[in-house]
Design a protein around this ligand. Structure first.
Ligand code: SAH
Length: 345
């Protein structure tokens, strides 16, 4: 409790203290953290929940992350790529439903050259000038990020995955390094994107020390957005036999991140909704303020399987949004039609 109170006041602890705090996690400490996190969140964002329309543009990927269902070595994954017209149609439908942010996420698919991706961003921004465009397309060069920003992209999500390099090396093949991931995040920030980092909770080989490093990194980097969700095994990956991360630890860490970065845009993820039927509500009650329902065409939903059991793969976009609105209302929160930019200050 002492550490939690100090975190609330000072928004900072030493790495060793973060470790102690995480190790002392228990239901009463988690509820105390959630209460504080809600208070901070209400101060800055009230009872508003921002929505982002997630468009899963491609599951073709040149990378081989051991945890991910769309890794290149997964021969059982049926590959697809949306074209510009498909993507614009998703935005069109999303706009009508009240979405004012579109998130384009995908594998690292070589088809999306700077030219093609910039052109797509320009078309979306021209057609929906009051909307924000977020990209979540992995590691690219600084020059590439700069061109995308100049084309009009507003935000970029790139989870750092783990801030401990040895842990990073156990989750990824040798050609992927924490150094390059961090280089990307620094570039994105410098260029002017609203920048998001984040990590999985309960990923294989994760230790308390690694989580403490994640929190310290978040404290220092001060991201505008932070994606935190449970690891969930995918049957066709090397990590198929590992257990999923827990709802309790994910919610506790959401609360701590809210206390570290009071105005951060913090999604209650689909993965959280996958491990618990009320996971997304519980994430909001732990201090999250964003949800990201799926806007991808129904025909590809089941193919963008990062992990097993992903929810809402059979629901129309309108249906998932209506359901989510109802779920948020049931806990006293309201989804708004708004770009939902980060509050600075
Ligand atoms: N290629 C992009 C998008 C990756 S998918 C990129 O590299 O950023 C988005 C996020 O899904 C990843 O950052 C990872 O944290 C998460 N993810 C991947 N596999 C997962 C799994 N098995 N369980 C939970 N989350 C997973």
């Amino acid at each position: 409790m002492v550490l939690l109170n100090r975190l609330e006041r000072e928004r900072s602890l030493s790495e060793a203290e973060y470790r102690t705090l995480i190790d002392s996690a228990c239901p009463s400490l988690a509820e105390a953290a959630a209460e504080k996190a809600r208070r901070v969140r209400h101060e800055h964002y009230g009872h508003t929940v921002f929505v982002r329309g997630l468009i899963e543009v491609s599951n073709i990927c040149k990378n081989d992350c051991y945890y991910c269902g769309i890794r290149k070595s997964n021969a059982a994954c049926e590959r697809y790529r949306l074209d510009a017209e498909d993507i614009l149609a998703c935005c069109e439908e999303g706009y009508t439903l009240g979405f004012r942010t579109f998130v384009m996420q995908g594998g690292e698919d070589g088809f999306f050259t700077d030219e093609r991706l910039c052109e797509l961003v320009r078309r979306i921004k021209a057609r929906f000038p009051d909307c924000a465009v977020t990209l979540s397309m992995g590691e690219r060069s600084e020059e590439s990020y700069r061109r995308l920003f100049e084309a009009g992209a507003d935000r970029y999500l790139l989870r750092h995955e783990t801030a401990e390099s040895e842990h990073y090396a156990r989750l990824h093949p040798p050609e992927l390094t924490l150094t390059n991931r961090m280089r990307c995040l620094a570039d994105l920030r410098r260029i002017g994107f609203q920048t998001g980092c984040g990590f999985m909770v309960g990923s294989p080989f994760q230790t308390t020390a690694a989580l403490a490093k994640d929190l310290k990194f978040i404290e220092q980097f001060q991201p505008d957005m932070c994606g935190i969700g449970p690891f969930i095994p995918h049957k066709d990956t090397p990590f198929a036999a590992f257990a999923a991360g827990t709802l309790e630890m994910t919610c506790f860490l959401l609360s701590l991140v809210r206390l570290i970065c009071p105005t951060v845009l913090l999604p209650s993820t689909t993965a959280l909704g996958t491990i618990d039927p009320n996971g997304r509500e519980k994430g909001i009650l732990a201090g999250a303020n964003v949800v990201m329902p799926n806007l991808s065409p129904l025909s590809v939903r089941k193919k963008y399987m990062l992990y097993d059991g992903k929810i809402a793969t059979g629901d129309e976009s309108a249906q998932s949004l209506a359901q989510l609105k109802q779920r948020m209302a049931s806990i006293g929160y309201e989804i708004t039609v708004d770009r939902g930019d980060v509050k600075k200050g």
